[in-house]
Design a protein around this ligand. Structure first.
Ligand code: NDP
Length: 273
């Protein structure tokens, strides 16, 4: 029987998820239908209910519904709980299960595709919105030496750090939060831009000393060269965009739904051309 899945968002027309999941399905010889669903901003619950009634087995959730998906899930995985947001829903006999695959997507892209281990590294996470929250715990699990969060609104970065400290997750990692102009001369091996500043072509007022020799500058946005990427390139960093993360988070959702792990490299390559 044809199994049905969807990606829910608003707007949704730009989403690459249907092509990614169809490519995985072809490679793994599965027969699936995966469609874009535009949900009204005030109608996420009804959209999810309609999908369940129509026999859908799961859905991905994107902007701006990840917090609502967290709220309506009847069961949460540990990583969804840690992230405080849900990007993958599984509809089964127990109801709605909510998971978050964004963080594992980022870590797999950095470690497996870019061949950079986060263990023992000095990591700077820029941003304190949903994307930053989603990747924080998966990064900490890799046991970097140091993790600093910096954000335009410092209070949000401070409260992320406070939560980490309260949960005791900083045991192996030195964690802190600083304002952009309070990073001093500190250098980092991996710098992850989890802000949406690139959307408006905004430059982040970061000191150039953040890039250690051979640093990786990871821009979570994809599809365009952002001012952050230009800044990082100009200071000698290796630069990556978020396409690999997008494909890896989709692969993890695919695994949750079908218990088959697709090969991501050809899909990433096909989107790069
Ligand atoms: P949110 O709206 O939740 O957070 C936005 C963040 O960006 C905040 O930290 C905000 O700072 C900061 N910000 C926005 N504009 C500026 C600016 N001009 N200067 C400095 N900081 C700014 O968005 P998300 O966290 O959901 O998404 C962030 C980015 O990550 C998006 O570009 C999204 O496309 C990308 N993303 C990529 C994924 C992938 O698979 N590749 C997955 C998920 C997200 P403040 O707190 O001060 O407002």
């Amino acid at each position: 029987m044809l199994k049905k899945y969807a990606v829910i968002g608003n707007p949704i027309a730009h989403s690459k998820s249907p092509q990614i999941h169809q490519a995985f399905a072809e490679e793994t010889h599965l027969n699936i239908e995966y469609t874009r669903v535009l949900s009204p901003l005030d109608g996420f619950d009804a959209t999810v209910q309609a999908l369940q009634e129509n026999g859908f087995k799961g859905a991905n959730v994107t902007v701006p519904f990840k917090l609502e998906a967290f709220r309506i899930a009847q069961h949460l995985t540990e990583r969804a709980h840690d992230a405080g947001a849900v990007n993958t829903l599984i509809f089964n006999q127990d109801g709605i299960v909510g998971d978050n695959t964004d963080g594992v997507g980022l870590v797999r892209d950095i470690e497996q595709n870019l061949h950079i281990s986060l263990a023992g590294k000095r990591v700077l996470l820029i941003g304190a919105g949903g994307a930053a929250e989603g990747v924080l715990h998966p990064i900490l699990e890799q046991k970097p030496q140091l993790l600093i969060i910096t954000n335009r609104t410092l209070d949000k970065a401070l409260s992320m750090i406070k939560k980490v400290v309260e949960q005791g997750e900083h045991r192996y990692v030195s964690v802190n939060a600083h304002a952009f102009d309070d990073l001093g001369e500190q250098a980092f091996d991996v710098i992850v831009n989890a802000t949406s500043a690139g959307l408006s072509d905004s430059h982040l007022p970061l000191p150039e000393s953040i890039f250690a020799q051979g640093a990786l500058a990871y821009e979570m946005m994809y599809g365009r060269e952002t001012p952050f990427m230009q800044f990082a390139r100009a200071h000698g960093a290796e630069v990556a965009d978020g396409l690999g993360m997008l494909v890896e988070q989709a692969a993890e959702a695919f695994y949750l739904w079908h218990q088959v792990r697709p090969n991501t490299a050809p899909v990433i390559a096909s989107f790069r051309v």
